[in-house]
Design a protein around this ligand. Structure first.
Ligand SMILES: [Zn+2]
Length: 97
């Protein structure tokens, strides 16, 4: 990757807040403050801190420490596919009554 390609790739990187609405649709709760633990390097941080690529085929959220894929989301007309094998767990807050 040359410097221009690297700059362009960097310009396309968002944070996890960019997919807050989609995650809310999937889980029914705000997930941006959910802790994630990277399977590869053990980094723990809120989902909102993940590097988010929305221009890939599907949406890819990567660990900011080791750049491993933490979450992948693919949307089709009839379904949403979520690959969460890059995090040890996701934490869904309960709605208070
Ligand atoms: Zn990591």
């Amino acid at each position: 990757m040359n410097d221009m390609q690297a700059d362009l790739a960097q310009a396309l990187v968002l944070d996890g807040n960019a997919v807050a609405g989609l995650l809310d649709e999937i889980f029914g709760v705000d997930m941006t403050a959910s802790p994630t633990v990277c399977v590869q390097c053990g980094r723990e941080g809120d989902l909102a801190t993940l590097l988010t690529f929305t221009h890939a085929p599907g949406i890819v959220l990567r660990c900011p420490a080791c750049e491993s894929v933490v979450l992948r989301i693919v949307q089709t007309p009839g379904a949403i596919y979520l690959d969460a094998r890059g995090t040890l767990y996701l934490c869904l807050g309960r709605r208070l009554p």
